[in-house]
Design a protein. Structure first.
Lengths: 527, 156
């Protein structure tokens, strides 16, 4: 059947009898758990990637198989458990999908998460197509359970969101976790135990390197040429097309590297080049191992590769490719409730610290109403810090933080704690734009929507109750469309005070309402 | 190698059914026994921004993205996106554009499907395969309306 890379991972995880898939929505990873749920697998949205990985750790402790999915920046959030999980090792297989976004189609940076495999010390697999996404997910669970380590499954936008034929060859496994047995010496990371765990981890990584050397996880396409290229991920496909004269060594397991196999390939060709998207991960590690290799110009550290750019990379040609007319930028939908907020912020000429979501588009005309946006949840901390810099000047009173409902549950709660605990002299105002969904990534549920990932009902967390419980001086709820005057007056009043305020700006996302109406209709048809 | 591959590029703006139309071409090519890959860029695009989707089919498809200047067919559901795609076109690229449709189809939400009909004048895939796919994608009366739109586009 035809599947996206994301879909292929979900089908493979289902075939492995995965006990639970957990994650937080993020382009281009979101469809993995949505597909898993749609084909009958257990999948959940956690409030953020850190919790998702911790849940997966628990699943694995209980001998279950765990799949965790997130976009590249999500792994930063999950990095704290990650770096100790590798010491603890796993019981049931645990596979972490990091969906990287070279070229930043919809991300705030293009960090190369291959570096996490080396940094946290874990094996990494990289598929180059939908079929490989399926095959390698199955291999990832095998490797995880054989070596008792978590596996980093690194995908990129062009693997996640490309579609191609996939042969679903694995008979679905009826996997039942073995009975739980406590093992505190390997699982409780007090220093005395962690020191032993680190020694074990280094030994296991050596074993994994030996495993990779002799495995089928590296192959040479079109052997025999005097020109050899080493590559991985979607770049494999670009290189095979861009350099038909080359022998191409593909790495499917890119950490730990099969250095001796690479050395042998390199010594068998006259010209040896590396083609890699993003950082110089392969190039630098080959050089460190004493393998002479032809690298790339700086310009190829940015953006994604393509057939044309691979040709340029290999030719060391840095002329910019021809550009078409600029595309149409994304914009807030007509009638989007966020529009009212940004019209108001723009009119009042406020200093706006933004966050990650549709509302980041408030930076663009016609609103041009955003001063900074960094990462999930950062709006609140940045707002507090900016107010501290501005002292008790009138400028300080113009500072507002704007954050969405899903982002608030992800990383905004601790920001409100800091606002209450370390209140700036002029107080602060947080606008919590509650549109009842995770809109930007395609309308996913979250802990306050009242539904789980699979649309079964959940007990919704009440955002106003949470903010009140945290001790904000004022927690107000306004309708930005139905009561525009009330919204303006309230915002001005709170800005003039020295209080810590959360204004919940509540109006459902139009796209979400359309989706709900469609679902209600299709239910009627079924009945 | 790429001569054995047909490269189709779909462009438009969020909400015009670019992804759906390219999915349907991918599935059609797959059912006809071709190797096929599709690559799309979405994410922020559902907010009314530019959307593009590359479909490549043939004996063996490697890169999922149509290389610069290699487009055989450009399906431009939005006329203003043709210039955005210009570097991917060449002198013999066939452009399917809204003006190839009846004025009603060009304005309708079925423009994407009608344009698949126009595209099929060149691809010559079996019409009944398309109609099966359309009915799989759109149930009931909407499916039938889309079949009619496809037929008007295909001139059948």
């Amino acid at each position: 059947m035809i599947l996206s890379g994301d879909g292929a991972v979900a089908y493979a995880a289902k075939a492995c009898g995965v006990t639970l898939g957990s994650g937080y929505p993020g382009t281009p990873s979101t469809e993995i758990l949505e597909t898993l749920a749609s084909i009958g697998g257990a999948a959940q949205w956690s409030p953020n990637e850190k919790v998702a990985l911790e849940v997966a750790t628990g699943v694995s402790l209980g001998n279950g198989r765990a799949l965790v999915t997130m976009k590249h920046v999500g792994l930063n959030v999950a990095a704290d458990p990650l770096f100790t999980l590798t010491y603890m090792g796993v019981n049931g297989g645990l596979v972490i999908v990091s969906a990287d976004d070279p070229g930043m189609v919809s991300s705030q940076n293009e960090q190369d998460n291959r570096n996490y495999a080396k940094f946290a010390q874990m094996p990494m697999l990289e598929p180059s197509s939908s079929q490989e996404a399926y095959d390698l997910t199955i291999r990832a669970f095998e490797i995880s359970e054989r070596f008792k380590v978590p596996v980093l499954f690194r995908m990129t936008t062009r693997v996640c969101h490309s579609m191609g034929p996939v042969k679903l060859w694995k008979d679905p496994e009826a996997f039942v976790p073995a009975p739980y047995q406590a093992d505190p010496v390997t699982k409780v990371m007090i220093p005395a135990y962690a020191r032993k765990a680190h020694v074990r981890l280094i030994r296991v990584m050596k074993e994994l390197a030996e495993f990779n050397e002799s495995s089928d996880l590296h192959t040479v396409h079109r052997p025999g040429s005097e020109f050899g290229v080493l590559t991985s991920g979607v770049s494999v496909q670009h290189v095979l097309e861009a350099a038909p004269e080359a022998s191409v060594m593909q790495l499917k397991m890119t950490w730990p590297l099969p250095l001796e196999a690479i050395r042998k390939f390199a010594s068998g060709v006259k010209r040896f080049a590396v083609v890699e998207e993003g950082s110089r991960f392969l190039e630098e590690n080959l050089r460190a191992a004493g393998i002479a290799v032809e690298g790339k110009e700086d310009v190829f550290e940015c953006g994604e590769l393509s057939v044309g750019r691979v040709r340029q990379l290999l030719d060391h040609d840095v002329t910019p490719p021809p550009a078409g007319a600029p595309g149409r930028p994304p914009a807030l939908c007509p009638g989007c409730p966020h529009r009212k907020t940004f019209e108001l912020l723009s009119e009042l000429k406020l200093t706006v610290l933004g966050d990650i979501g549709c509302y980041t588009l408030g930076v663009l005309p016609p609103f041009s109403a955003m001063d900074a946006s960094e990462c999930m949840g950062a709006s609140i901390g940045m707002g507090l810090g900016l107010r501290r810099s501005l002292g008790d000047s009138p400028e300080a009173r113009r500072v507002v933080s704007v954050i969405g409902d899903s982002t608030f549950l992800h990383s905004g709660l601790t920001g409100v704690v800091d606002m209450v605990y370390n209140k700036p002299p002029t107080g602060h105002v947080v606008l919590l734009l509650d549109n009842g969904t995770t809109a930007m990534t395609g309308l996913q549920e979250h802990a306050a929507t009242g539904y789980h990932l699979d649309r079964t009902p959940a007990i919704p967390i009440k955002l106003e109750d949470v903010c009140r419980a945290l001790g904000a001086d004022h927690v107000d709820v306004v309708d930005p469309v139905g009561d525009q005057e009330g919204y303006r007056a309230l915002l001005q009043e709170r800005l003039a005070s020295n209080d810590a305020t959360v204004i919940i700006v509540r109006r459902p996302c139009l796209m979400q309402m359309k989706k709900m109406a469609k679902m209600a209709n299709s239910t009627e048809v079924k009945q | 190698m790429s001569r054995e591959i047909t490269n189709v590029l779909f462009v438009g703006i969020g909400g015009q059914g670019i992804i759906r139309a390219s999915d349907m071409l991918t599935e059609a090519a797959f059912r006809l026994g071709f190797d096929v890959k599709k690559s799309e860029l979405h994410g922020m695009s559902q907010r009314g921004g530019s959307v593009s989707s590359d479909v490549r089919f043939g004996k063996q498809v490697l890169s999922p993205m149509v290389p610069l200047g290699m487009t055989d067919f450009l399906v431009a559901v939005s006329e203003d996106q043709i210039e955005v795609a210009r570097p991917y076109l060449n002198d013999s690229t066939v452009i399917v554009r809204p003006s190839d449709l009846t004025p009603d189809d060009a304005k309708s939400r079925m423009a994407n499907i009608a344009m698949l009909g126009v595209l099929n004048r060149h691809l010559q895939f079996p019409a009944d395969l398309w109609e099966t796919l359309i009915r799989e994608n759109f149930r009931g009366p909407i499916g039938e309306a889309n079949v009619q739109a496809f037929r008007r586009g295909a001139g059948i």
